[in-house]
Design a protein around this ligand. Structure first.
Ligand code: 0L1
Ligand code: MG
Length: 269
């Protein structure tokens, strides 16, 4: 854990004990692969409280020896924002335990109702602060797959619920890094299962331009006292809806110009 992260978001109205209690409920759900009901305690809670719970959830992972590897943006498409009644994206934290090697296998043990979505990933070349330009900080781009697995029954949650649940983060796979091409907006994106397209979209679905995800990530993380670090990954957001993941299948994300990344889903959990 960095000093930045240790200091995130704990100036809340709910108090540290309540934040810790909710974080334990969410962490237990993820650890046991058992869905929970929505957290009524977070109904109408300030967003800062939800991020404080998220920080405490991830702190439990770090306490078990995991390491922060980056950030992810969520609710980056107009469709998802409308669905959740928000006009700005949300963000979560990635750890090394969530990393799935490209062409690797996604374990299903302990998952609740996993889904995958095709994304664009950025590699952070140097520590970033608000106001930094994308081109000065991001040194590579890659196609990516995100595994999301809400800890809430039925994938039903309020905005504070999903923020507290680390924005459903469960795993990610990154394809081959390459220099950022001049145009990365409007690239076609396909999500395939066993070679058949199941979702199609374009990178324009990611905040209109995926590079905006970098600006938003730097700004929103700074609100919680956190900085993007050199070497970290930033998942910019989904270009299509997520698809439920089924045992024994191969899932592949293809992004025009950037290439593809695929994973095998464990045959049986
Ligand atoms: O990565 C995402 O966009 C997911 C954000 C959380 C909402 C969801 O689980 O669908
Ligand atoms: Mg995502």
């Amino acid at each position: 854990m960095t000093d930045d992260d240790r200091n995130t978001g704990m100036t809340t109205t709910s108090g540290g004990a309540e934040i810790d209690r909710l974080a334990t409920i969410l962490d237990d759900a993820a650890t046991n692969g058992a869905a929970i009901e929505q957290l009524s305690e977070l109904d109408g809670a300030p967003i800062a409280d939800a991020y404080a719970v998220q920080q405490a959830v991830v702190q439990r992972r770090l306490g078990r020896g995991e390491r922060l590897t980056g950030l992810k943006m969520g609710l980056t498409s107009a469709a998802k924002m409308t669905q959740m009644g928000v006009d700005a994206p949300i963000w979560g934290r990635l750890t090394d335990a969530m990393s799935i090697t490209g062409d690797g296998t996604v374990p299903l043990t302990g998952r609740i109702h996993p889904r995958m979505e095709p994304e664009v990933a950025f590699r952070i070349g140097r520590d970033a602060v608000p106001g930094d330009a994308f081109a000065d900080v991001v040194d590579a781009v890659a196609p990516a797959l995100e595994l999301i697995d809400s800890r809430y029954a039925g994938f039903r949650f309020t905005l504070p619920d999903v923020i507290a649940d680390n924005t459903s983060a469960a795993g990610y796979a990154i394809g081959r890094w390459r220099p950022v091409p001049a145009g990365i907006t409007g690239l076609g994106v396909t999500l395939e299962v066993d070679g058949a397209p199941v979702q199609t979209g374009t990178t324009a679905a990611i905040l209109g331009d995926p590079r905006r995800a970098f600006d938003e990530a730097v700004r929103l993380a700074a609100d919680s006292g956190l900085r993007l670090r050199a070497g970290w990954v930033l998942l910019a957001g989904a270009a299509t809806a997520a698809e439920p993941v089924h045992a024994g299948t191969r899932v592949r994300a293809v992004v025009d110009t950037l290439g593809a990344v695929s994973v095998a889903v464990e045959a049986h959990s």
